[in-house]
Design a protein around this ligand. Sequence first.
Ligand code: GUN
Ligand code: ZN
Length: 433
Amino acid sequence: MSQVAFRADLFHMTDDPALVGAKDACGYIPDGLLVVEDGFVKAVGSYDALAPTLKDGTEITDHRGKLITPGFIDTHIHFPQLDMIASYGEQLLDWLERYTFPEEAKFASEAHAADAADFFIRELLSSGTTSALVYCTVHRQSVEAIFDAAYARNMRIVAGKSLMDRNVPDAVRDTAEGSDRDNRDLIAAYHGKGRLGYAITPRFAPACSDEQLTLAGKLLAEHDDVLMHTHLSENTAEIDWVRELYPEAKNYLDVYDRFGLLTNRSVFAHCIHLDGEEFQRMAEADAAISYCPTSNLFLGSGLFNLREAEKYGVKVGLGTDVGAGTSFSLLETMNEAYKVCHLRGHRLDPFKSFYLATLGGAKALNMADKVGDFTPGKEADFIVLDRAATPLLERRLKNTSEIDELLFVLSMLGDDRTVSHTYVAGECVHTRD
Ligand code: GUN
Ligand code: ZN
C-alpha cells in the first residue's frame, strides 16, 4: 500500500447546494490534509487531526497557502475543434459548414489525430480538468487517438465517435452500418480499459438518419454502463430544421426519445430552448444537461435557464464545448455561467458553480461513485489553486476572508494560470512552473 498526503486548505462540494443549502453541501477545511492510498482518497480532515494517524514514512507534499479542490469535470467538449476555436462571425449551422466540418475532415489522418489528442489532453490538465465527456470526429482513428492519450495519463475520460450519415459533407459522413460496426469495435477495445468509458455520440438529429439512430438506441440498450452524448435545442434555426425533418415528433427531445436515446445515461449539450414538457421528460428519464455558457454566448445561441432545470430536478454539469466554447478553463466557464444566470434574472452562487464543475458534472456523467469529491474511496483526482496566480488575484484576495467570496473571486478572475498543479489518481500530471 503506498500512502502519500497533501497539506493545503481543502474544499469540496458533497451535494447540490440548491437542494440542501450551501452549509450542508460543502466541506471546507483550512490547513487540511488529503491522504491518498494507491490513487484513492483514504482520509480527509484537518492537518492536526490526521498527521498523527499517518503511516510511518508517509510523504507529505506541502501546498500550504493554496486551495485543493476536486479536479474539474467538463461534460461536453470536442477535441477535434482545437484548430478552429475562435472562428469569426457565424451562428451554429453556418459555423458547422464553414469552419467545423472542414477541420474535422483532417482527422482522417492518424498522425493529425494523435498530435491533436496529445495537445488536447495537456490543455485539459493545465486547465485543471481531470475528466471529460469528449466528442471525436466521424473517424474511428480520432477516437483511438484520444483514448490512447488519456490512457497514457490514467485519466477518467469518456469519448465516442461522432455519428453523422446525412446532411454533412462527404469527407465527414459515415453510414448507419459502418458507424454501428465502429461503435462495437471501439467499445470492445476501450470501454472499461483503465479509466476509459465509451459514449454513443450521434452528432445531432439533423445529421443522423433514422436507421443510424435506431442502431444507436439498440446498442445503448445492450450496454448498461455506456453513455449517450449528443446536442439538443441549441439554436432556433436548428430547432426549425428538426421540426421540418420530424413533423410527427412532439418536440426536439422526442426525436431522441423515440429512438431509445433518452435514458439516465444520456447527456444533452445546451438545452437552451427546451419547453416545460421537455424538461419534465428529461427529469423523468433522469437524463443530464451540459450547460455550455461560453459556447452559447459565442455562437449567439441563447441563455440557458438553470433555474428551470433546478425546478424540474434535471441533472446539470458544466461544459466548455470547445471549439464553439472559447476556453478550456472551467473557472472561466463558471464566470460566463454566472453572467448568463444574471441575464436570466437570478444569482448563480459560487458553491453551485463549483458543484456544477465537480460533483454535479460527475453525476451528469454517471461517475459520482468514483470522482467529484473527496469522500474516502473515491479516485484521487484533484487540483491545487493558487490564490496568488496573478498580481490582481493576489491583491483582490487579500481583501477576502470568507470561503464563498474566495470561490467567487477565483471563478471571476481565475483561468489556467490559477491551476498550479493537477493530480490524477494521486499522481502529479501537470505543474504550472
Ligand atoms: N451541433 C452539432 N454539432 C455541433 C458542434 O460541433 N458544436 C456545437 N456547439 N453544436 C453542434
Ligand atoms: Zn458541442
